[in-house]
Design a protein around this ligand. Structure first.
Ligand SMILES: [Zn+2]
Length: 467
């Protein structure tokens, strides 16, 4: 680690933009201003002329681990090392990993197992979201210890049979968690509707992934979102709706927000860039994620939600498979490998499609990809902004660089991208994680194990970035 001064960049936060220099000592920002004098101990200068200096991206939703009990054929292909490389090369310095338990494992045991992986594999900083599965009562008893250890999120899956079998216990968990400052992340799709629809399609001989969108209809997302909002309203604790995909589900959340309910919304790149006709393409199964791609009016509504501030975060839900895994002929609407390779291209594509085309402002881009997540996930102002005392997580962003997306050239082991051939303008040139240059000129310059587990406080609601 070197003491650094970054000079002459346009410093961008969710609140303001100004030209200036940033002095870094160790892992922290210690001074910000115009024409900072060189001082004893300054070892290195970086010239950011013509570049934007952004807070490191925070992607609160990735899949880079799996318990050993999952067989090799059903494992996504990135771990905390390849996933970190993709993240850092894409301007993301902190990832939030969904942590699945081994059968019967409680959240603390899951966390203990996964924290070891950070020490071995991570280059980006990492937070964990343990998945809540029965026995729920045992998990509820562990929540105070989780908070004490700085783990302030849990993840709940509504499209699992277990959810409908244990709704009362899940409601109790949500309430107990929220009252302790733990944010509950909820996947909103209805298990019964999806099961019935998928089975009907299979019975009609239409089980192939060409029919994937039909197998998980919008109404299954709407009713699950309504149910999650009802749980929020009944308990008074916040919820965070992951990967919201449809206009109707967004309206459910906006109606709740208008009544001042703490309903926070995430969407993912898939739903901002693609529509469901893609499933009809040859090899269209590569686009399968949960929920499915929707229609053009849904895409438009999500972009408007980003601009209006009713959607708070854009997260990758990075769950990468090889093309062969995605196109396995054994897969169908009831047997899926959901997820895509997104970590390295999410920010550039959001910048290119969103900021450059005037759909969102630069301030909103920073809020959606860093600041709001830092606030919601208990990391602010240590992360998510550029301020004296904050971690020196910074991205030197070249707003003019154009590249064509080539999956084979990305750090993910997926080996391909669903955005193959897209021309994208605006890419990270240098990424700094806690004061260390970790990505420069296309190369990762830090070692696995240099990433840290981030300990967190309780959730706070995001502030609104101006258009
Ligand atoms: Zn996910």
């Amino acid at each position: 680690m070197q003491n650094l001064i970054i000079r002459n960049g346009l410093i961008v936060t969710a609140e303001r933009q100004f030209e200036g220099d940033i002095r870094i000592r160790g892992d922290k920002i210690v001074e910000i201003g115009r024409d900072l004098p060189r001082r004893e101990g300054d070892e290195r200068e970086l010239d950011a002329q013509g570049l934007l200096i952004l807070p490191g991206g925070i992607d609160p939703h990735v899949h880079l681990t799996l318990p050993e009990s999952v067989p090799a054929t059903d494992r996504w292909v990135d771990d905390l090392t390849s996933g970190s490389k993709a993240a850092l090369a894409g301007g993301i310095t902190t990832v939030g990993n969904i942590s699945f338990p081994q059968p019967g494992e409680t959240p603390l045991a899951t966390l203990k197992r996964e924290i070891k992986l950070v020490q071995q594999q991570a280059i980006a900083d990492v937070m964990f979201h343990p998945v809540l599965l029965p026995p729920i009562e045992a998990a509820i008893r562990e929540l105070p210890q989780m908070v004490a250890a700085g783990h302030t999120t849990i993840k709940v899956f509504m499209p699992m049979e277990e959810f409908d079998q244990h709704v009362l216990a899940y409601l109790a968990a949500l309430q107990a968690a929220g009252e302790m400052g733990i944010l509950t992340m909820i996947h909103c799709e209805d298990w019964a509707i999806i099961s019935a629809t998928s089975q009907a399609l299979l019975a009609e001989g239409r089980g192939s992934l060409r029919y994937y969108a039909e197998s998980r209809p919008v109404v299954s997302e709407v009713v699950a979102t309504q149910r999650a909002v009802a749980m929020c309203e009944a308990t008074g604790v916040p919820i965070y709706v992951v990967h919201l995909s449809s206009e109707r589900a967004l309206r459910v959340c906006e109606e709740a927000q208008a009544r001042a309910l703490p309903v926070y919304v995430e969407t993912r790149p898939l739903y901002l860039h693609l529509t469901q006709e893609r499933y009809l393409d040859p090899g269209g199964a590569v686009y399968v994620g949960q929920p499915p791609l929707r229609e053009a009016h849904d895409v438009a509504a999500l972009w408007e939600g980003l601009a209006r501030g009713t959607i708070h975060t854009v997260a990758t839900d990075h769950a990468p498979w090889t093309r062969e895994q995605k196109l396995d002929p054994a897969l169908n609407v009831a047997n899926l490998r959901p997820g895509t390779n997104e970590l390295q291209v999410m920010l550039p594509m959001l910048y290119s499609e969103g900021v450059r085309k005037g759909k969102i402002s630069l301030a909103q881009f920073v809020a959606l990809t860093s600041t709001n997540a830092a606030q919601l996930f208990g990391l602010y102002p240590r992360k998510g902004t550029i301020a004296v005392g904050s971690d020196a997580d910074l991205v030197l962003w070249d707003p003019t660089e154009s590249r064509v997306v080539r999956g084979s050239g990305l750090f993910s082991r997926a080996g391909f991208s669903i955005y193959e051939g897209a021309e994208v303008t605006g890419w990270p040139r240098i990424t700094i994680r806690r004061g260390q240059v970790v990505y420069k000129n296309g190369r990762i310059t830090a070692q696995p194990g240099s990433g840290q587990l981030v300990q967190r406080g309780g959730t706070t609601g995001p502030a609104k970035a101006e258009k």
